[in-house]
Write a protein that binds this ligand. Structure first.
Ligand code: ADP
Ligand code: MG
Length: 738
């Protein structure tokens, strides 16, 4: 054996090294003493070995703030270390795992920097074939187990003369190291090496053994035949030798199901609690004479769709009943949910109550009030607009009139639920684009009137069957029909080389007096920072706006993105709506719900980056008027097969229902409930759910347990209590489905 200077761990590549071989050597950890001077929880991530304030901050940014979080941070993928390759079969540009012996080790000092070295050896496998192995710039004390049986894992590549070699592999002496059969690879900041994180997980596991509890009480969990949380996490951090790696990669193991079930159990507990609460509340009875609603329906400028009439009928019955309404109105973008909300608001007004309609942006609230004025102005029901812009004496006057009950219908943003707003007799609270609000926003709106009936509206394309399973007793109405005269948005797929064709389509529409959106995934230089300058060129708002300034001569172009101040964003949207801009180049902040009928083209660059639901939402910004609209999906050059399939699907499916069903088929219900997309739900694991039945089972278990221990007061409910707190603490709510 060639040992140079001092014995040290076997040669390893930092990135994928085996967890068990980790030794804490980080100088980052030296500052521990200082950090603990402040009152830091013993479970804070900064307390883990090898983690100092710098790494702790980076981990916290990724949601890993405690040892618990580290333990719950699952591997992104796995490396199957059980595979063995024979040297004779090795292919260039592949990863190889070969068992054999190293011989003929030579170490040449690097010509320029003598403290580093080029090391080469020959690896001989069981079939007596050999291959050259090289390492670059290893620390001089690295130990090469020459002559011993070893496992080598590394990249196969051609050398300068065209022969195959293995480049900079890791080496494990078979006699010494217990090689993990399947090695986890975590998504981590670059400053936190894989093996350091694996050791943090091991430390967390050791310290949390007795307190990491699942939400499902043990007894119930055992009866349900599900793994304990720690068992499931252990399995996923260190899959055993007999693991089926295909199932592991597909997130389809008993461990994955156990984590998802546990999480959905907590979710369903939270839902059940909300439900129980709202059932106990009595609602305002809205059953006045149809002084406003009858003329409203009779004099609409268009015939309501059958779906709108049906929803109105369902809502009308709820409103007239003495229990509080809790209804979700699910309707595709452009299906006409606003009309239904107006009807319900008028119903409240004619029954002697007030209605509050909350929208996520000022622009949307304004749009609602203007449309209300247009459709209902002559009926005599007063309305007011309450947004952050309203200030001073005018705000005071409006608030007073609302408090006295002189204004029955109030439109607004979050300003509605801010200090100082009091309603006289709130009978109906409507939350538009409800997925944009947290539970506390909604709770505060509803708190403006203890008897308020609640109508939540969403365009999230989620199959009705899933919505009903997820939300069980929450009532749902669906607008499954578009107003007549809408031509579905013609959706076409382009490659990056098709930019000129796309611009020509846009130019044509502008010439006809129409408007266009371009949506890009980045604002400006983020891509360049990734060393991906070319992508930045094609995928940033700034670069696109620059390009369009020359390619769309004469077009008035505005930009819109998340780093702009709200007032600025609203100004740009307003100019676009009013026709002062022809084109908006934006990130995905393009406002939800905004109705600009003259916008007839939506161009989505790097469309392969988005999921079906998001593509459908973006596409829904156009095609809202009578004019035929188009959507141009521009696929990146490197788009994968799954992404191309998604684009083909969205081009084929025109309705939200079709998109939702396709999405469910392609991804499974777990992804649709927003576990990964939005962060709106405190769900880490539910993305694993492949099957409705798991959600249903979680709901059944939650109901069963609440019958047993309604107040979650038994010692066995301790885990359930903690998980419930976590759910509620995230501001989640009924109806948060994406
Ligand atoms: P969403 O469901 O996305 O909120 P909106 O309520 O904004 O959709 O309606 C989209 C557009 O369709 C609006 O311009 C609205 O006036 C119009 N609209 C609604 N219902 C009908 C109908 N039955 N017939 C024709 N147009 C309608
Ligand atoms: Mg809307």
């Amino acid at each position: 054996m060639a040992t140079i200077r001092k014995p040290a761990p076997p040669v390893q590549r930092g990135e994928n090294a085996h967890p068990a071989a980790f030794a804490a050597t980080s100088d980052d950890s030296i500052t521990h003493g200082e950090a603990s001077a402040a009152a830091i929880s013993p479970y804070d991530i900064v307390r883990a070995r090898g983690v100092g304030p710098k790494r702790a901050a980076l981990l916290r940014e990724r949601g890993i703030a405690t040892l618990h979080d580290a333990f719950a941070h699952l591997p992104l993928r796995y490396i199957d270390m059980r595979i063995r390759h024979m040297i004779a079969d090795l292919q260039p540009e592949s990863d190889a795992i070969v068992e054999g012996r190293l011989e003929n080790l030579t170490i040449k000092p690097h010509r320029l920097r003598s403290f580093k070295a080029l090391s080469t050896a020959r690896l001989r496998d069981g079939a007596n074939d050999t291959i050259r192995v090289v390492w670059f710039n290893l620390p001089a004390y690295a130990r090469f187990p020459v002559g011993e049986p070893v496992l080598i894992r590394g990249r196969v590549a051609h050398d300068a003369s065209g022969k195959l070699q293995i480049v900079h592999p890791e080496v494990h002496p078979l006699a010494e190291t217990a090689i993990a059969p399947i090695r986890p690879v975590y998504r981590l900041p670059p400053e936190v090496p894989q093996r350091l994180f694996a050791s943090i997980v091991a430390e967390a596991r050791a310290r949390l053994d007795h307190e990491m509890r699942g939400a499902i009480p043990d007894e119930l969990r055992r009866a349900a035949g599900s793994l304990a949380l720690t068992e499931a996490l252990d399995y996923l951090h260190r899959p055993p030798a007999d693991t089926d790696s295909a199932l592991l990669e597909a997130c389809d193991t008993a461990a994955h199901r156990a984590l998802a079930l546990d999480e959905m159990f907590a979710f369903e507990l939270a839902l059940a609690r909300e439900r129980a609460r709202s059932k106990r509340r009595t609602g305002a009875i809205l059953d006045g004479a149809a002084r406003y609603t009858a003329p409203f329906m009779a004099e609409l400028p268009f015939a309501p769709t059958a779906a709108q009439l049906h929803a109105i009928d369902e809502i009308g019955r709820d409103l007239a009943a003495p229990s509080q309404m809790n209804r979700l109105l699910i309707g595709d973008v452009g299906s006409g949910k606003t009309l239904v909300a107006f009807w319900a608001a008028l119903r409240a007004a004619e029954s002697g109550y007030q209605a509050a309609i909350m929208a996520p942006t000022e622009l949307l609230a304004e749009q609602h009030q203007r449309n209300f004025g247009r459709l209902c102005g002559r009926l005599g029901a007063m309305s007011a607009l309450l947004t952050g812009k309203l200030a001073g004496a005018e705000r005071a006057r409006t608030l007073r009139a609302i408090e006295r009950g002189q204004i029955p219908i109030v439109f607004g943003t979050q300003a509605l639920i801010q200090e100082g707003v009091r309603m006289n007799r709130l009978g109906l609270a409507v939350v538009d684009e409800q997925h944009r609000f947290g539970v506390f926003d909604r709770a505060r709106l509803i708190a403006l009137g203890s008897e308020a009936n609640v109508l939540m509206m969403t365009a999230t394309p989620i199959p009705r069957s899933l919505a009903l399973t997820l939300f069980r007793n929450l009532d749902a109405s669906t607008l499954d029909e578009m107003p007549p005269g809408r031509t579905p948005v013609a959706t076409r797929i382009f490659t990056e080389d098709g930019a000129a064709a796309v611009d020509a389509i846009v130019a044509g529409e502008i010439a006809r007096g129409n408007r266009a959106y371009y949506v890009l995934p980045m604002i400006d230089d983020e891509a360049a920072a990734d060393g991906d300058a070319e992508a930045g060129e094609k995928k940033s708002v700034a670069a696109m706006a620059r390009r369009l300034a020359t390619s769309l001569t004469g077009a008035r172009i505005g930009t819109l993105h998340g780093r702009m101040r709200p007032a600025e964003k609203e100004r740009v949207m307003r100019e676009f709506r009013d026709g002062a801009l022809d084109v908006i180049v934006a990130t995905t902040v393009v406002e939800v719900g905004i109705d600009v009928p003259e916008a007839t083209v939506m161009v989505i660059a790097a469309a392969d980056r988005y999921g079906l639901a998001q593509l459908h939402q973006l596409r829904g910004r156009v095609g809202r008027g009578a004019a035929a609209a188009q959507c141009c999906l521009v696929a990146s050059r490197d788009a994968g097969a799954a992404a191309r399939e998604r684009l083909a699907t969205i081009a084929r499916c025109t309705s939200g229902a079709q998109v939702a069903e396709a999405d469910l088929r392609m991804r499974g219900p777990g992804d649709l409930i927003g576990a990964r997309q939005t962060g709106a739900l405190p769900l880490r694991f539910a993305g694993f759910i492949r099957d409705f039945r798991l959600i249903e089972r979680a709901g059944d278990l939650a109901e069963e347990w609440l019958r047993h221990d309604p107040g979650l007061e038994l010692p066995a409910s301790a885990g359930a209590r903690i998980a419930l707190q976590r759910m509620l603490g995230f501001g989640f709510s009924l109806g948060d489905v994406g």
